[in-house]
Design a binder for this molecule. Structure first.
Ligand code: ZN
Length: 90
């Protein structure tokens, strides 16, 4: 369906102060608890807390980290193995 062109809404625009999440990676928890269903043979279940390890990337993975304003002053260690792999795919 064609859509009329319209200006970008101000609340969806990034200002000069915008930074990517890699700027606060050290604040991420090691994981979190989530309630999961554990079933009994009868079909009933009970909810138990299960630990979910945080397996998200810890370093900065922005391919353009040297020049992109979202990575300006980014303190996270650069995941160069991942960055170089992504550059090869370009
Ligand atoms: Zn970064």
């Amino acid at each position: 369906m064609p859509v009329m062109d319209h200006p970008i809404h101000p609340s969806t625009q990034h200002g000069a102060e915008f930074r990517y999440g890699c700027n606060n990676r050290n604040q991420k928890p090691r994981g979190y608890f989530v309630l999961t269903r554990h079933y009994f043979p009868s079909g009933e279940y009970e909810l138990r807390n299960e630990w979910i390890e945080n397996t998200m990337s810890k370093g900065c993975r922005n391919v353009d980290y040297k020049s992109h304003p979202g990575c300006k002053d980014c303190p996270a260690p650069k995941d160069l193995e991942y960055i170089n792999k992504m550059k090869e795919l370009k």
